[in-house]
Design a protein around this ligand. Structure first.
Ligand SMILES: O=C(CO)[C@H](O)[C@H](O)COP(=O)(O)O
Length: 209
């Protein structure tokens, strides 16, 4: 299982400082949507130059113009770019094709999806990496029905890699680990912690044991 650190709602300087502290504990670096909106795709390029051995995820959250946005992300050095599951099939198909041509990957963000039918459609479009996502504005009291969340993918689990995101912290982590996701995405629990390095390290150890 891999640990992906989501860099959201942060300045470039904060991203740089946080990565210096946490880089040894994390596998994937997610350049958050807001960070890309603030600084443009040049920040993806800077992250890849600084951390060439890490997988760089550009959280583009594309919903249209898939070909152009996938090219933008991969040309900037992203290893993975994201697209929303509700995007048109053509958008997703184009992004999967572009990713293949760059030998990179597309992660489909399942925010708001509750139909297994859409999951099967994504599989037919060539999608092999999805993200179960409890949105920032949906996190409420932090209590998540993880069994219900993961059940969306029970019929395709053998064919798709699964990541999960949304308010995961040290306390709620064991609940998510029961479902053995391939990638665990953590943002604020690390980026807002006083001792970011030790929280990242602790979470890394928890997912490896
Ligand atoms: O995609 C995201 C927000 O849209 C974040 O990556 C995801 O929510 C993880 O961050 P946090 O742990 O702070 O919720």
């Amino acid at each position: 299982m891999k640990l992906q650190l989501a860099l959201d709602r942060l300045t470039k300087e904060e991203c740089t400082d946080i990565l210096k502290e946490t880089q040894s504990a994390i596998d994937f670096i997610e350049v958050g949507t807001g960070v890309i909106k603030e600084y443009g795709t040049s920040i993806i390029k800077e992250m890849k130059q600084s951390y060439p051995k890490h997988i760089i995820v550009a959280d583009m959250k594309t919903c249209d113009a898939g070909k152009a946005e996938a090219v933008q992300a991969f040309e900037a050095g992203a290893d993975i770019t994201t697209v929303m599951a509700f995007a048109h099939d053509a958008t997703i198909r184009d992004m999967v094709e572009v990713a293949k041509s760059y030998q990179k990957r597309v992660m489909v963000d399942l925010l708001g999806v509750d139909s297994k039918e859409r999951i099967h459609e994504l599989k037919e479009l060539g999608v092999d990496l999805v993200s179960l996502h409890i949105g920032k504005d949906m996190q409420g009291d932090g209590k998540v029905a993880t069994a219900e969340l993961f059940s969306l993918l029970e019929e395709v689990r053998a064919e798709m890699e699964v990541s999960v995101a949304g308010g995961i912290n040290e306390e709620s982590l064991p609940q998510f680990l029961q479902h053995s996701p391939d990638i665990l995405i953590v943002g604020s629990a690390i980026t807002k912690a006083d001792d970011k390095a030790s929280v990242a390290q602790k979470m890394k150890e928890m997912i490896l044991t």
